[in-house]
Design a protein around this ligand. Sequence first.
Ligand SMILES: NC(=O)c1ccc[n+]([C@@H]2O[C@H](COP(=O)([O-])OP(=O)(O)OC[C@H]3O[C@@H](n4cnc5c(N)ncnc54)[C@H](OP(=O)(O)O)[C@@H]3O)[C@@H](O)[C@H]2O)c1
Length: 381
Amino acid sequence: MGLLLRSILKTHQQVRPVSSVQWIARRYYSGSSDITASAMVYSDYGQPSQVLRWHSYRLPALTSDTVHVKFLASPINPADVNMIQGAYPIKPTFQQLGDEKLAVGGNEGVAEVIAVGDGIDSLKVGDQVVMAKTGYGTWRTHAAGPASDFQLLPHADNVSTIQKATITVNPCTAYRMLKDFVDLKQGDYVIQNGGNSAVGQAVIQIAKAWGLKTINVVRNRPDIDQLVQELTELGATHVVTDENLGSLETRKEIKSWYGKNAPLLGLNCVGGKSATEMARYLGANGQFVTYGAMSRKPLSLPASLLIFKNISFHGFWVSKWADVHSQQERYAMLEDIIALMSDNKLVEPKWTQVKWEEESMKQSVDQGISGFATGKQVVVF
Ligand SMILES: NC(=O)c1ccc[n+]([C@@H]2O[C@H](COP(=O)([O-])OP(=O)(O)OC[C@H]3O[C@@H](n4cnc5c(N)ncnc54)[C@H](OP(=O)(O)O)[C@@H]3O)[C@@H](O)[C@H]2O)c1
């Protein structure tokens, strides 16, 4: 440290003047509101049930350039679990919550604006918002921050709180993957695995609304007929199990469905053998998009698909999409999706309510990626 800087610091330490920077910092962070927030937090990465804990703290006081929001509902998604384990590419922000620096779990949710600083005109009390970025921490009752932390949700009358709480990850992922890789025409086929996942169900419904046909691969299970019926009711054109995907008989059957119109878009949620078999169904110059790795098995691809069919392999990550696109573009997508929900073309996902209480939260988050689930787990505050 230079001599001059050292002597300036020393002088400041002795007389402790309130600099403008300190004054601003104090304005933002020192005062507390009379709202007590509670949150599921962690200070170290690890197994969710071991590192997550309940934390209560006073929400910072409102300033002219911050808003206060109250959360209405927040889901538990597979990526939330990976984030707590420290295995997700985006790391959470460890922020000052009361006396401690902690990360709040959860990435998705819907909140209502309950107070707005007088310097803000982009949001008003009563607006419903989603998070502007991944990693915000949505398993909490309240939050305070600049308006740029939040994205206004288009208004819609008959869209449920659960639909809004789960809109930014799965429906947005399905929407982008159906729109951005292949210029699909009415009647075209899309093939996907994880067809019963929340993303898969959104793909089925958005595809149907846009006049596209879907071949949906799912894992076999004792009540497979019921699953096939549920997905068909949602709008799936065909449902097949992954164990049959490679058999000659199934291959013949699937090819008879699409004839010369082979799918040009494949959506991969699972990886491993399921993904390899699915890729073989793509037509020449098809696009294979990987967005999940639920089997935790690597993707292995026969060279012939690249050499003779010129299939392209891509990854998609909705967080990255939100990072590199404007709030206006995201708002336009949310408007389209909300309109589909409002028209009952994209229905509320199956969900189970998680009790907003420490032990239930820990157990539910541990179950977050265990497979054969009965629907999205959602906390309703
Ligand atoms: N890249 C992105 O932008 C993006 C966005 C959203 C989601 N995702 C990812 O997409 C995946 C699905 O997310 P989601 O919220 O839709 O999840 P979800 O609703 O919980 O569904 C999970 C899906 O994975 C399947 N699955 C679970 N364990 C499996 C295993 N061991 N082998 C094969 N399949 C298995 C489940 O099938 P069963 O019913 O047979 O268990 C189900 O179809 C996750 O990996 C998530 O992180 C990525």
